[in-house]
Design a protein around this ligand. Structure first.
Ligand SMILES: Cc1[nH+]cc(COP(=O)(O)O)c(CN[C@@H](CCC(=O)O)C(=O)O)c1O
Length: 401
């Protein structure tokens, strides 16, 4: 008898499992609006031109395959912190930021969770309700207790700002507050600049630690600086801040697993100590990170022409999603006779729209219409083409009523 008798079959991942089901569907009407991965108007995966250009350069230069240091590629770490905080930010000039290249956003979050578990064993993390599906897994597996703060208001299909503030206020002093830097996943609803100011006030008053998950910088609005507004606001207040970064979406480097964990500290020697302990946690976890994605980012950001081309391609990707949002809204408004207000689709930002479809209705979208989406009612607009908006509108209207 096998020693693995006690190992049960794990359930499919609520997000990545949808892609598996999509692949298995043979109906040619099928639409994959599950995973948050950009697709072109032809619904094909997209490798940015600037990435191909950088890779060609790298190939010509010839690179060795030596280990990177535990903290990753120095040129990447410099570039990633400058992109996030702004190259002229005092926290960079004063050496207050501990930056470690990590295994994309997920790996950055997990490394930070391990640090929190080790150095703040009494603290807990509070996460938005709802939030990205993997956040709970990451903190559970890192043995970091978490609870939720109110975020989405189904009545207004908007932000429950009062509830959010109240729950952050009520959390034990010194809690870690997990915040989506921009393009909230799954709701697509972001606080306004004024609301970010108030969120910063209450976090400062309660001596909480802000912990930003920045997975869509430049991809949400098309502007790297605009999408970093919330992070830079908190840093400007002189707070110590955790920020996890990812280049999966904005540079299309999904499978390269390139991101970073940044910790803004109150003094350079504090940043040095924090960095040394993050390295100590990374070493037995994966030892040192993969070089390819880090080189692509460093080369693109390090070359003014390629950096400019990247910004243009980000604007194009963000622009295509905005067009699809508008077309879906127009199709729904034209077809739906119920008088339902679909304008929430236009108010939401980034890759996703939180439709309000419940699990049964989402099942109908898949079973009857071959539209694949996550069961919380989220659709990834990145997987939608203008040509398919009418079909999707029919499916949504049929599923709602
Ligand atoms: C908020 C957020 N944080 C972190 C990540 C991690 O991404 P990465 O840098 O590749 O580790 C993602 C990706 N989430 C989309 C992609 C698929 C996934 O769940 O992972 C998604 O929600 O569809 C996020 O949406």
């Amino acid at each position: 008898v096998s020693r693995f008798e006690g190992v049960p079959m794990a359930p499919p991942d609520p997000i990545l499992g949808v892609s598996e089901a999509f692949k298995a569907d043979t109906n040619d009407l099928k639409l994959n609006l599950g995973v948050g991965a950009y697709r072109t108007e032809e619904l094909q995966p997209y490798v940015l031109n600037v990435v191909k250009k950088a890779e060609k350069l790298m190939l010509e230069r010839g690179e060795n395959k030596e280990y990177l240091p535990i903290e990753g590629l120095a040129a990447f770490n410099k570039a990633t912190a400058e992109l996030l905080f702004g190259a002229d930010n005092p926290v960079i000039k004063q050496g207050l930021v501990a930056t470690l290249q990590a295994l994309s956003g997920t790996g950055s979050l997990r490394l930070a969770a391990a640090f929190i578990q080790r150095y703040f064993p009494e603290a807990k993390v509070i996460i938005s309700s709802p939030t990205w599906g993997n956040h709970k897994n990451i903190f559970n597996d890192a043995r970091v207790p978490w609870s939720e703060y109110r975020y989405y208001d189904p009545k207004t299909v908007g932000l429950d700002f009062e509830g959010m503030i109240a729950d952050i206020e009520a959390a034990p002093e010194g809690s870690f507050v997990l915040l989506h830097g921009c393009a909230h996943n799954p709701t697509g609803i972001d606080p306004t600049p004024e609301q970010w100011e108030k969120i910063a006030d209450v976090i400062q008053e309660k001596k909480h630690m802000p912990f930003f998950d920045v997975a869509y910088q430049g991809f949400a609005s098309g502007s790297l600086d605009e999408d970093a507004f919330s992070v830079r606001l908190f840093v400007k207040r002189g707070m110590e801040v955790f920020v996890a970064q990812s280049y999966s979406k904005n540079l299309g480097l999904y499978a390269e697993r390139i991101g970073a964990i940044n910790v803004v500290c109150s003094a350079p020697e504090v940043a040095d100590r924090v960095k040394s302990q993050l390295k100590r946690l990374a070493r037995p976890m994966y030892s040192n990170p993969p070089i390819h994605g880090a080189k692509i980012v460093a080369n693109v950001v390090g070359d003014p022409t390629m950096f400019g081309e990247w910004k243009q391609e980000m604007e194009q990707m963000a622009g295509r999603i905005k067009n699809v949002r508008q077309k879906l809204y127009d199709s729904l408004s034209a077809k739906d006779k119920s008088g339902k207000d679909w304008s929430f689709i236009l108010r939401q930002i980034g890759m996703f729209s939180y439709t309000g479809l419940n699990k049964t209705q989402s099942d109908n979208m898949t079973d009857k219409w071959h539209v694949y989406m996550t069961k919380d009612g989220r659709i990834s607009l990145a997987g939608l083409s203008l040509a398919k908006c009418d079909y999707l509108a029919d499916a949504i209207i049929d599923s709602f009523h």
